[in-house]
Design a protein around this ligand. Structure first.
Ligand code: ZN
Length: 471
């Protein structure tokens, strides 16, 4: 099921590609094909072929990247001859593919006499070989990482409690030792008495701390050594299970997540021109997520990973054959935040909402069906409200209705029409109910958008970058 292995991509990938000609009676013989992954620079494709009949005049490479409907056909570079080697360098700076992207390639060879031959399709995979990746995977999710400890037992809270406990125990021991030394130096009865009292006190405190530590270790129940990457993987699996249960969507293609533990490494792996505040990048077409999680930010990273996974799964499910995503951010982001910490919502997420309720400063829900504002305060409130609305829909209307909403959004349509069809209220009606539920005042004035709408809604939420946490 799960495994943790260091992967020797170099060897595996260099050995791919021993091809046989499709047409056995063709005078063209294909000796070998070869693929070499030189991520981040290029992908090299190569073929050795010969013809008994005439000079080879054409060598076309065909590449089908998984998740992309079109097949790319490009001309190989070769020296004319009856025996030749053709090559093609796929420039990743120009045509970027992320690590984890996979596909198939084959060659079509033609000679001057008009004979043709095609090599059998071979698989290829793009890998970032700059790191010694470890892996945890099941059929739905693969997490790759290269930094972070292999064993982390305690969570950060109990870690700090233990540190405090240990600090007191050490302090007690130090005081006791100092007192004993002083008592020995001054040899006074009163000093001896106070030493006795101090030692007795510390003798009582130490077992108390040990007892507390053991109690905590027990209360953690299945406390077992768990590594950084494994912890991310298990959180991701958990989030996917909740998402599948609540919304009826299923993960059909394994999602691959590359966890970069270093910001420089992360940007070296991304496509050129990535925004500097990017903390995560999803490539829904390839089912790949690249995410920047420093080992010291595991807790934040778990939420960010689950957030991106939710977008991936929803996008897989909702994307129409035309590739358009009609799901409003209110629902898409709301679900993504909802599953960041499945079963235990992060209280931090609710703070902006509470403040906005108090100040009667909620953003009209209608505005949240369009792209979120770039302003960070408005954006933070937008996420908080979306989370709250999704939570409200689950509680008031039930899981089935959320599943239906997603189904209907897949078919496309205006948010108002979809909400009326599934929930029986339009967005304003939903807002009235939701405001009542969260204890907010009814909206006083008709909605005035806080967001300047763009002429063309070009956002693609599943590919939206996750802002980095403040460090
Ligand atoms: Zn998001």
């Amino acid at each position: 099921m799960m495994r943790c292995v260091s992967i020797l991509f170099v060897v595996a990938l260099a050995l791919i590609g021993v091809a046989a000609p499709v047409a056995a009676d063709s005078p063209i013989t294909i000796t070998s094909t070869r693929f070499v992954n030189n991520f981040r620079t290029s992908l090299s494709f190569q073929i050795d072929a010969s013809s008994r009949a005439a000079q080879i005049t054409r060598a076309d490479l065909l590449v089908q990247v998984e998740g992309i409907p079109a097949i790319a056909r490009v001309r190989g570079v070769f020296a004319p001859g009856t025996t030749t080697r053709a090559t093609y360098e796929w420039n990743l700076y120009r045509d970027y593919l992320p690590p984890g992207a996979t596909g198939q390639y084959w060659w079509e060879i033609q000679d001057a006499a008009g004979n043709q031959s095609r090599s059998s399709p071979q698989s290829f995979r793009v890998e970032d070989e700059a790191h010694a990746w470890k892996q945890a995977a099941d059929s739905k999710l693969a997490v790759y990482w290269y930094m972070g400890a292999d064993t982390l037992v305690a969570t950060s809270t109990s870690d700090s409690t233990n540190v405090i406990g240990l600090f007191f125990a050490v302090m007690c021991a130090l005081i006791a030792l100092t007192s004993i030394s002083l008592a020995l130096i001054f040899r006074k009865r009163r000093a001896r008495l106070s030493v006795f009292l101090l030692v007795a006190l510390c003798a009582g405190a130490l077992p108390l701390w040990v007892f507390r530590y053991l109690g905590e270790a027990n209360s953690r129940g299945d406390a077992r050594p768990i590594g950084f990457g494994q912890a991310l993987f298990e959180h991701g699996i958990n989030a996917l299970a909740f998402l599948e249960r609540d919304t009826g969507v299923t993960v059909e293609r394994q999602i691959q997540v590359y966890v970069y533990g270093d910001r420089g490494d992360f940007f070296n792996a991304l496509e050129p021109g990535a925004k500097e505040w990017t903390g995560g990048r999803a490539f829904p077409e390839y089912n790949v997520v690249l995410i920047d999680i420093a080992p010291s930010e595991l807790e934040w990273g778990k939420g960010a990973l689950a957030h991106e996974l939710t977008h991936q799964v929803i996008h897989q499910k909702i994307r129409s054959p035309l590739g358009e995503l009609s799901l409003p951010p209110l629902i898409d982001e709301g679900l993504a935040v909802y599953y960041e910490s499945p079963g235990a919502p992060d209280p931090q997420r609710v703070i902006p909402l509470k403040r906005a309720i108090q100040n009667d400063a909620l953003i009209p829900l209608r505005s949240l069906t369009k792209a979120f504002a770039a302003d960070s305060t408005v954006a933070t409130l937008s996420y908080a409200q979306s989370l709250s609305v999704v939570d409200f829909i689950f509680r008031r209307y039930g899981r089935d209705k959320m599943a239906q909403l997603l189904q209907v959004f897949k078919q496309g349509g205006l948010p108002d029409d979809v909400f009326v069809q599934v929930l029986g209220v339009n967005i304003d009606g939903l807002e009235v109910e939701w405001r009542k539920d969260i204890g907010a005042k009814p909206r006083a004035v008709p909605s005035r958008s806080l967001v300047t709408p763009t002429a063309f809604p070009t956002f693609s939420l599943s590919t939206e970058a996750t802002p980095t946490p403040s460090r």
